[in-house]
Ligand binder design. Sequence first.
Ligand code: IPD
Ligand code: CA
Ligand code: CA
Length: 253
Amino acid sequence: MIEAVKEIALAAGEILMEKLLTGVSVQAKGSIDLVTDADQASEAFVVRELRKRFPEHGILAEEGARREGAGEYLWVIDPLDGTTNFAHGFPYFCVSIGLVQGDETVLAVVYDPVRRECFAAEKGSGAYLNGRRLTVSKTDTVHRSLLATGFPYDIATTSRNNLEAFSRVNKASQGVRSLGAAALDLCQVAAGRLDAFWELSLRPWDLAAGSLMVQEAQGTVTGCAGEKFSPLGHDVCASNGFIHEELLQLIKL
Ligand code: IPD
Ligand code: CA
Ligand code: CA
């Protein structure tokens, strides 16, 4: 199954790259929340291919595709995570596909078409980058860590804007990046390139695949107050495990 999903993610990534080279048409969803024809073309392709292969399974995709599944499995899809980056030509975005069973992701593929990096994981079988097994970093203090976070589209109006936590962690660490593609940020934690990532108010398609990647690379994934993580929830704190408690204390709302 995972090979089929990798093939789909790679082909969707090619659709994104093609659109990037030939010109993107951008529309506004909200005041700073964008959608492009590439989001829609990638989603149409991924959903069509998954339906063809797994007709019994449910579908939940960011740009609107929904299908009640006959069984217990739900494909959770972000056809383009990092739309704002993509619309500006900033080369950091991905295709994210997770398979959720109950309240757990059991299979995940995240593809970064710019770097041609395909992250893949199955529950209980480890996380891989282009076939190479991944493990999280070993950094054991926030002081020596490089981290990433993100901010919600309603940053100007919500009190859950993450700005105070960002400031605290930034002062306490070697740096906090805001890269703009949550699913890919989670994969960077799995690859040991970042020591942790946290963000509030995300959606299942941002979280489902990347969170399994961190868990299968032996990292720790919880909510931002240390609560049990759900791929169908909103908040995530994903780390190498060693700095988890220290980070949770710093980001406490
Ligand atoms: C967004 C990105 C971004 C995060 C936003 C997400 P999109 O997804 O993951 O990093 O900060 O909260 O909505 O809209 O580019 O698919
Ligand atoms: Ca997203
Ligand atoms: Ca998206």
